[in-house]
Write a protein that binds this ligand. Structure first.
Ligand code: AMP
Length: 426
């Protein structure tokens, strides 16, 4: 028998309320801050991610689902949203609209990663971006939005890790200092770090190999090497976050895995921090538009993992709004076509009045029908057999009452509709 591919999951009906709740809350908070929804394609030209996400990132080196399609185009299933949204911004000339363009997307992403708790090969993200403005006020706004989004879900006691990784003015000097620190420890470095030292020295700082930890901890911190503009950007961000009541921990080793970040980088963690625990992260990417061949366009954004948020809601026993379930279960009894037709008509009346109704199908015993009604957790059951057809009634059971009642069809419908009103305001 086929199984879902490794690293993917089926989300069954009982888990859907969690996903809907996270997505609805995301849309509500995004709207509250003036962000508008976009939807970009599930796949893009591979070059968009190779250039945008960056050749030396784990995503591009190891994790992309890339293939050549029948038209010989080199295609990649999106591993993240930022390059796609920036491409859309540039392609549609959104710079001619008021800046920044505040955009968000709920999307599925694909990464050929090693599956483990909270790490999937297909997963979902909320991605929020503000493109076209370099003011630190936008960085603060996005972090505040992320913070309130988690709060609105009931996820509190968050910890915000923050760092600045400078810009093209101050980065060369910092990288020089970093290289010189690491060069004096070359012998002790893991294989990956030896490669990073040449190819992508910033990534040295987020190595997880135990023997590299003391070297990374002793490395120079970027915030001590920022140029004046980057320093005042960072200080303004700290002031604005403070005014929002958000106290970040400055983490000099936070660089994030992607090549395009400049200045602000951040991650948000729930109270129990584990290796895979970040709810999401993001940062500023003032150079990305030019990397993609566009004009200079600053931007800042973050992505939150929907599955991670759901895991945390469950771990903290946070209740989410239930789905509206069927209220009435309508069954015919016996194999007379009149009973089936009457049950169909009864069901049609209920649905026309806005009452969700489950129509029993096939031939089953009354006991089996009752088990089904019980499992569906309905409020009313309606049975229609030969006897009811003859007398123009139905057998209506209100599950909160001990006995069923024989009622004329019209009266039974009114009872259910009125009961549904009281319960749901239907
Ligand atoms: P990233 O773009 O890697 O910073 O990811 C942003 C957020 O997306 C992470 O903090 C996670 O919450 C989520 N995420 C990233 N990769 C995965 C994955 N493989 N499976 C599930 N969630 C993920």
């Amino acid at each position: 028998m086929y199984q879902a591919p490794r690293g993917t999951q089926d989300i069954l009906p009982e888990d859907i309320p969690y996903f809907l709740h996270v997505e609805a809350t995301a849309r509500r908070l995004a709207a509250l801050f003036g962000y508008r929804e976009v939807r970009t394609p599930t796949f893009e030209d591979s070059g968009l991610f190779r250039k945008g996400t960056g050749e030396t990132t784990d995503i591009v080196e190891k994790e992309m689902y890339s293939f050549t399609d029948k038209g010989k185009s080199d295609i990649t299933l999106r591993p993240e949203a930022t390059p796609s949204i920036m491409r859309a911004y540039l392609q549609h000339g959104l710079h001619s609209r008021p800046q920044p363009q505040r955009l968000f997307q709920l999307l599925n992403c694909f990464r050929y990663d090693r599956p483990q708790a909270g790490r999937w090969r297909e997963f979902r993200q909320l991605d929020i971006e503000a493109i076209g403005e370099e003011d630190a006020a936008v960085d603060a706004e996005l972090i505040t939005l992320f913070w309130h989004f988690c709060g609105a879900l009931g996820l509190n006691e968050l910890s915000l890790q923050l760092n600045s990784i400078g810009d093209p003015v101050c980065r060369p000097d910092y990288l020089e200092a970093l290289r010189s620190h690491y060069s004096s420890h070359q012998e002790e470095l893991c294989g990956d770090c030896r490669r990073r030292l040449a190819a992508n020295p910033l990534r040295l700082l987020d190595c997880k190999v135990p023997t590299c930890q003391p070297i990374a901890d002793a490395a120079p911190a970027f915030i001590d090497h920022l140029c004046d503009d980057c320093r005042s950007h960072f200080e303004l961000l700290l002031t604005l976050l403070k005014a929002e009541g958000i106290t970040p921990s400055i983490n000099p080793r936070l660089v994030r895995g992607l090549d395009y970040y400049t200045r602000t980088v951040f991650e948000l963690y729930p109270p129990k921090v584990g290796q895979q625990a970040a709810l999401g992260g993001g940062g500023r990417y003032d150079g990305l538009a030019e990397i993609l061949g566009g004009r200079h366009t600053p931007g800042v954004g973050f992505a939150a993992g929907i599955e991670r948020l759901v895991l945390n809601l469950k771990a903290q026993d946070i209740e989410v709004p239930p789905m509206s379930e069927a209220l009435a279960f309508v069954a015919h009894v016996g194999d007379a076509p009149e009973a089936a037709a009457a049950a169909n008509e009864f069901t049609r009346h209920l649905r026309a009045r806005g009452v969700a109704a489950l129509r029993a199908v096939g031939q089953r015993s009354i006991r089996a029908r009752l088990r089904h009604a019980d499992a569906a957790d309905v409020r009313w059951t309606v049975f229609i057999g030969d006897e009811e057809i003859r007398s123009g009634t139905v057998s209506l059971r209100d599950m909160t009452q001990p006995e069923p009642l024989d009622l004329p069809v019209g009266e039974a419908i009114e009872r259910i509709v009125n009961g549904a009103w009281e319960r749901n305001g239907v």
